[in-house]
Design a protein around this ligand. Structure first.
Ligand SMILES: [Zn+2]
Length: 247
């Protein structure tokens, strides 16, 4: 078997890092949700949480410093990911302790000043990742957390990435506009949320659809061409397609 050229290897490394990060985030969210309110409160099919998380990793995070990104993730997890409501009232005082304490942020500055927290919130506001709603009260300020589709800077960033490195934007789950949400759910339900390749039991947070015949090779988004796959199997098969297309 021939090795892919260096350009291909670089893309594969990036894809692996990205996949690892998405997998970790979804795993953590799933744990939090199990311990939280009943799942009936949340409509995952409407939320498209796995897709939103992929888009945050792909299109928003690269534009933020790790510090600012940690705050965004905190706000996202306590609003949209928690109960589907993008609104969240927070005080800078609360944020200062909560974000630093949270296990998923590796903030080097500890403790942080209130001024630094305010500066971070302003940075998120200026890129359009959060929006102030109404006047602050004694419990803090009401923010609306935005998702990448609603953030102009993310749409611009995505367009630039697609033209710079088309290979990076591979068919994952739902990046294809033609693949309607209802069709994905149909595929998952037909396959009982079990990975077609490794038989792992999946959930709406971890299941992805995978085209049996690659889209790049003329495969389509008909239900017969789609199977349920876990993130790992989906990525492994995408890599093979990528490598074979470079030979
Ligand atoms: Zn699998």
């Amino acid at each position: 078997m021939r090795c892919p050229p260096p350009f291909g290897r670089r893309i594969l490394t990036k894809m692996n890092e990205r996949l690892e990060q998405i997998r970790k985030l979804l795993g953590e969210l799933e744990l939090e949700m199990r311990s939280g309110a009943p799942a009936g409160d949340r409509d995952f099919s409407a939320l498209e949480l796995p897709l939103i998380i992929q888009q945050i990793v792909d299109d928003l995070q690269p534009q933020l410093t790790p510090y600012v990104a940690a705050f965004y993730w905190f706000l996202f997890r306590h609003s949209i990911a928690k109960d589907g409501d993008p609104h969240l009232r927070v005080s800078t005082r609360h944020l200062r302790t909560a974000v630093v304490k949270s296990s998923y942020s590796q903030l080097e500055e500890n403790p942080v000043s209130l001024g630094k927290v305010q500066e971070t919130l302003r940075a998120l506001e200026s890129i359009g990742a959060i929006r102030k709603e109404g006047e602050p009260n004694r419990d803090g300020t009401l923010y609306r957390v935005m998702i990448p589709d609603e953030i102009e800077a993310c749409r611009r960033y995505r367009a630039e990435q697609v033209s710079a490195e088309p290979e990076l934007k591979f068919h994952f789950s739902g990046h294809d506009e033609d693949l309607k949400r209802e069709n994905r759910i149909k595929v998952f339900e037909r396959d009982s949320y079990i990975c077609h390749f490794c038989s792992k039991q999946l959930t709406r947070l971890t299941a992805t659809v995978h085209p049996v015949k690659p889209i790049a090779k003329g495969g389509d988004n008909n239900l017969e061409n789609l199977v349920t796959a876990c993130l790992e199997c989906n990525a492994t098969r995408n890599k093979r397609t990528l490598q074979s297309s470079q030979k």
